[in-house]
Design a protein around this ligand. Structure first.
Ligand code: PLP
Length: 483
């Protein structure tokens, strides 16, 4: 559908907190629009002159062509340079004199244009008035969402195991998470419906802000299939929820895992051949099915470019975007100018959208390989009588279910104590895993099952296999199994 034939979003600004509603536009930022008037001399704003920025240019080495490996980037790097006055000199759409000065709360218009085009290519939201605002990453963006929609004492909805920083952000603001039960595809719709339908409004207001990581969820590694997403979206409509879809792992969606033992030695290359094929292979996002404008999608460059870029963006209805942009104005203002300038140079002027998709295909392939290596090590070393796992379809995490009822200390220790004992047994083997209990959405809740999380993102492949071997040894020692 072309944009003009799409419906307009519903208005969710009635859900905003007093804090968010009370924000007025920054008068200084408002004044910026007069600057576009021909011949205007500004004595009004507080923008320092770029003459006093002690930088003439920034030069960065980026991949040449399709040479995406670390070694190739090192050996054949292509240098791109961002000069101070490239715009005035007609060399570029962005330069240091602008990037390093104060700018708009939306982030630089150049980056906003790029992320908006990218969002249209990948998600094509089915309503007219959507917009993007730059963020300093999804951790901050979710905290903005909490402050904008939840009052102290309100609850928000999350998976029963959820990203710790999201849970902690809520705790600090007086917003506890309500954990919804999960299966191998993440949040279970019937349990979500049950919790909301039976909510006791005498206890607290019925929660309406829902935090989801639909793809390669942290910590469980689970990915919601298209049907699961449709069911949850329908429930969001039924209960009038706002869905925050936090998707740092969206592009790390992998091929189905075929164990070596079943692949008959054939290793078919299933890398998507075209951009269309790649985009079609991705599970549809909530944003792509959001006819109401009830989704706030958080994108981040952290897992596909670099976490230290501290740069991402959010996408939602322009009415809500405007409020979140006001929040930026009085807090972070915008991502760092260095970050925006370097990303723009790479993404827009060096790569363009097509080459960026090629990069994402490359990253996806790298992670697929790492996942497969870890899964093969698990097959080999982890005693299946005491641990099980589902091959992740996306992301960076493996989630091991530990059969705690088989442990010799099962009767004498509670879940958290026993989890600690096993965790320490793994540490004794000089391997670090993450405890499942670190991710409880409701730490006080009832948790009969035990889990441990491993990532295939961090260690190089040899160390990863050795780590899994040690984990297997630790399980045997701790459970008293034969070596
Ligand atoms: N959201 C989830 C689910 C994550 O797992 C992480 C990183 O671990 C983040 C957000 C952090 O993202 P950012 O670096 O954009 O703040």
């Amino acid at each position: 559908k072309s944009n003009s034939t799409k419906p307009m979003s519903k208005d969710f600004t009635y859900r905003l907190t007093l804090e968010s509603k009370s924000r007025q536009p920054s008068p200084l930022k408002q004044a910026a629009r007069y600057l576009s008037k021909e011949g205007m001399i500004s004595l009004g704003g507080g923008l320092p002159s770029s003459a006093y920025f002690p930088f003439d240019h920034v030069s960065v080495g980026v991949p040449r062509g399709d040479l995406f490996s670390e070694k190739d980037i090192h050996e054949y790097a292509h240098n791109v340079t961002i000069g101070k006055h490239d715009m005035k000199e007609g060399k570029s759409a962005y330069d240091l004199s602008v990037a390093l000065n104060y700018g708009q709360g939306t982030g630089s218009p150049q980056m906003v244009r790029w992320v908006t085009e990218h969002t249209e290519i990948v998600h094509n939201p089915p309503y007219q008035d959507w917009a993007c605002v730059m963020t300093v990453g999804s951790t901050s963006a979710f905290e903005m969402c909490l402050r904008s929609f939840c009052n102290r004492g309100d609850y928000f909805i999350a998976d029963e195991y959820a990203f710790c920083s999201a849970v902690e952000a809520g705790r600090g603001l007086g917003n506890d998470a309500v954990g919804i039960r999960m299966d191998s595809e993440g949040m279970i719709p019937s349990h979500l419906d049950e919790v909301l339908s039976k909510w006791d409004e005498k206890k607290a207001a019925k929660p309406f802000l829902m935090y989801l990581v639909p793809t390669g969820q942290n910590p469980t590694g689970s990915t919601q299939g298209a049907q699961r997403r449709k069911e949850i979206y329908a429930l969001a409509q039924k209960h009038d929820l706002i869905i925050v879809e936090d998707e740092p792992y969206y592009f790390l969606q992998m091929d189905k895992y075929i164990p070596n033992s079943q692949s008959n030695g054939s290793s078919e290359d299933t890398t998507p051949k075209t951009h269309e094929e790649f985009l079609k292979s991705l599970t549809p996002s909530y944003l792509s099915m959001d006819i109401d404008g009830r989704v706030i999608r958080l994108d981040s460059f952290s897992k596909v470019i670099a976490p230290g870029s501290r740069c991402g963006w959010l996408t939602t209805s322009s009415k809500v975007c405007e409020r979140l942009m006001r929040h930026n104005e009085v807090t972070v203002q915008a991502p760092s100018g260095f970050s925006q300038a370097i990303l723009f140079k790479l993404l827009d002027e060096h790569w363009g959208h097509g080459k960026y998709l090629d990069w994402l295909v490359h990253i996806r392939k790298e992670y697929t390989q790492r996942r497969n290596t870890m899964l093969e090590a698990c097959e080999k070393y982890i005693p299946k009588e005491v641990a099980s796992w589902t091959p992740p379809a996306a992301g960076m995490f493996m989630w091991f279910k530990i059969k705690n009822e088989k442990h010799p200390s099962y009767k004498t220790k509670n879940l958290v104590e026993l989890e600690h004992e096993i965790f320490e047994a793994v540490i004794d083997q000089k391997t670090l895993l993450a405890k499942g209990s670190w991710f409880f959405a409701e730490p006080e809740g009832d948790h009969p099952d035990m889990y441990l999380r491993a990532t295939f993102a961090a260690a190089e492949e040899g160390a990863m296999v050795e780590g899994i071997r040690r984990f297997g040894t630790a399980l045997r020692v701790s459970f008293g199994l034969p070596a």
